[in-house]
Unconditional design. Structure first.
Length: 105
C-alpha cells in the first residue's frame, strides 16, 4: 500500500470518527479502518523494523495498546494523536481485523 501524507491520514480519521453503528455490517469496515494503520505498520508479521507489525498480534494486545496511546499512558510521536481519532468500537473492529490477518512471532 502506498504511504499517505499525514494530512490525508488525519482527514480520513476525522471522516471515520462517527457512524460506526450505521456501517457495522460492512464486511470491509475492519480492512478500511486498518488501512490507516498499515501506512506505517508493516503487514508482514515477521518484520523486524522499528515499527512493530500489528498483523497477527492478538486482538486484546492491540486494544490495550490503542487505549494506552489514546489515554497518553504510552508515549509516542504520532500514535497518541491517531488513537484519539478512534472510538472504542472502531478500535475493537481494527484489532479484530488485524489479529485475523496472520500470526506474529
Amino acid at each position: 500500500m502506498k504511504h499517505l501524507p499525514i494530512v490525508t491520514v488525519l482527514t480520513l480519521l476525522c471522516q471515520s470518527g462517527s457512524g460506526v453503528a450505521a456501517t457495522d455490517h460492512d464486511p470491509n469496515l475492519g480492512r478500511n479502518l486498518a488501512a490507516i494503520c498499515v501506512n506505517c505498520h508493516n503487514t508482514n508479521p515477521h518484520d523486524t523494523s522499528a515499527i512493530e507489525p500489528l498483523v497477527g498480534m492478538s486482538r486484546a494486545k492491540i486494544v490495550k495498546k490503542m487505549h494506552a496511546f489514546r489515554s497518553d499512558e504510552k508515549a509516542a510521536t504520532l500514535m497518541n494523536q491517531l488513537a484519539k481519532g478512534f472510538n472504542d468500537a472502531q478500535i475493537e473492529i481494527i484489532a479484530t481485523y488485524l489479529a485475523s490477518q496472520g500470526r506474529a512471532k
